[in-house]
Design a protein around this ligand. Structure first.
Ligand SMILES: Nc1ncnc2c1ncn2[C@@H]1O[C@H](COP(=O)(O)OP(=O)(O)O)[C@@H](O)[C@H]1O
Ligand SMILES: O=P(O)(O)O[C@H]1O[C@H](CO)[C@@H](O[C@H]2O[C@H](CO)[C@@H](O)[C@H](O)[C@H]2O)[C@H](O)[C@H]1O
Length: 443
């Protein structure tokens, strides 16, 4: 058996090469400088299971990442070892504390222990492990200091009986440099769930397959009724968040600051991604218009990174997951109160994505492009109608705030340009072509 110190030292030599190959590693756009150990906790002696936090230094940033490490596997990665991850569930069921790490279950949740874990295989920003058909544990890979919005908002929503979330059941927390960090969140697992992205892209594929003969409202896999229900679910979650945590009116200064932040993000992303350059003047103009034509809006806790991959359809309706906010944003920005219109804009962007990603890498075909536009228009409208039907009075129909909603959408598209540039360069064309369409500037 390898001693913890020796294991960590071996690991440190491999991390600079290994980290950039991980989907959850947020610094893939620049080389890894140094990797230093911050804390190591022995969770099991035999077989060896360590919880390791490392600090990764890159050009302009220093970030903490957590790893679950074993000497049973040559890669040292323990998240794929069902027996070892099962131990994490057992520790939460028992409410244990090990060397400053607290494993807790929610006060009224009784957990079944003795289950083996299996990691989910889909692309993601964190690592999630499923136990039986009951639980899913998300290990937050990049650790942020202070309260974790995912855990805080799930608990608040549970407190008001929200029906559109997977119930939070437990947590793993600890301290790093004297501040609280959330390491993991355990939730009810919905084995019958299908994510919105899978459903929406199936619908687009059906339509494309029949594009010669059918329009979006005639295709077998029409998604509009689901988009409408999804709009209702999102509006209900916003109303529940308001009930749980309150709401404020945004004054002119708040709106001006929000629009200024859009401009700053644009500057940062345009510097990094030259292909955004030609659209900068039109984007600035759209942001200015939003400021000139501003209407009264409210700010509150919202989801913060809403898209079709963050919603699950179960037999009982739509659920929203992953209330962490934009993974790249600093913790303070993610915790700030925001307009619910941001979430609406995120979902509208996602309908655009679902329709247009199908065209990536294909020869230009005007009919398919027209069908993609038609699908997106139809489902965006259905979503807004559903949202307007269920929204609280202070929020109302998102389409009332035309220029501001458009600015939120464009701001999200700018964020996506940076996201695709760093993670999936072949998809960069999806947000760029949307920006071209929305601003009326040729791509
Ligand atoms: N409660 C749940 N029940 C079933 N599947 C879930 C549940 N929560 C998450 N998932 C699945 O796990 C994936 C990743 O979850 P998510 O919270 O979005 O993690 P990440 O922060 O890594 O993106 C989701 O896309 C979904 O497919
Ligand atoms: O789900 P995450 O928190 O990891 O969100 C990040 O990754 C998303 C992609 O997985 C990314 O979403 C973008 O691509 C989606 C399709 O894959 C699309 O539905 C979204 O509209 C689009 O923004 C998200 O932006 C990023 O934060």
């Amino acid at each position: 058996m390898t001693e913890p110190q020796e294991l960590v030292e071996k690991l440190l030599t491999e991390l600079p090469g290994w980290l950039p190959a991980q989907r959850w590693f947020a610094g893939k756009d620049r080389p890894v400088g140094s990797v230093r150990p911050l804390r190591t906790t022995v969770l099991l002696e035999e077989p060896r299971l360590l919880h390791v936090v490392v600090e990764v230094e890159q050009a302009d940033r220093v970030e903490a990442y957590q790893l679950l490490v074993t000497d049973r596997d040559e890669s040292y990665e323990a998240t794929g070892d069902g027996e070892l991850t099962g131990h994490l569930l057992d520790l939460m069921a028992q409410g244990r504390e090990i060397d400053g790490l607290s494993f807790e279950h929610e006060p009224d949740a009784e957990l079944t222990d003795g289950l083996r874990g299996r990691p989910i295989t889909s692309e993601q920003s964190n690592t999630s492990i499923i136990f039986g058909s009951q639980y899913i544990l998300k290990l937050f890979r990049k650790l942020s200091y202070g309260p974790n919005p995912d855990l805080v908002l799930h608990r608040a929503l549970r407190g008001v009986g929200c029906e559109h979330i997977a119930q939070p059941l437990g947590s793993i927390t600890g301290e790093l440099n004297g501040e609280q960090v959330t390491i993991g969140m355990l939730q009810q697992f919905l084995p019958d769930a299908v994510d919105g992205w899978a459903m929406a892209t199936t619908s687009v594929r059906d339509l494309m397959a029949d594009s010669e003969a059918l329009h979006a409202d005639q295709a077998g896999g029409d998604f509009a009724a689901e988009a409408n229900r999804l709009g209702q679910a999102v509006a209900t979650v916003h109303a529940d968040l308001e009930r749980a945590l309150g709401q404020q009116d945004a004054d002119d200064d708040d709106i001006a600051a929000t629009v200024r932040a859009m401009g700053s993000r644009l500057d940062r992303v345009a510097e990094m991604v030259p292909a955004l350059g030609p659209f900068v003047p039109a984007l600035r103009e759209a942001f200015d218009k939003a400021l000139d034509g501003r209407s009264t809006i409210v700010v509150q806790n919202i989801h913060g990174d809403l898209h079709l991959g963050q919603v699950l359809r179960t037999v009982n309706g739509w659920l929203l997951i992953d209330f962490e906010g934009e993974p790249a944003a600093p913790a303070a920005e993610r915790a700030a109160l925001k307009s619910p219109l941001r979430d609406v804009a995120g979902m509208l962007r996602s309908f655009d994505y679902a329709a247009h990603q199908m065209l990536v890498g294909q020869d230009e075909d005007p009919l398919l492009t027209e069908r993609a536009l038609e699908w997106a228009r139809r489902n965006r409208a259905a979503f807004c109608e559903g949202y307007a039907d269920a929204a609280a009075e202070a929020v109302g129909d998102p389409r009332r705030h035309g220029e501001l909603l458009r600015a939120f959408e464009l701001d999200k598209a700018v964020y996506e340009v940076a996201y695709e540039y760093a993670n999936r360069p072949e998809w960069l064309t999806v947000p760029l072509s949307s920006i071209a369409r929305i601003t009326g500037e040729g791509a």
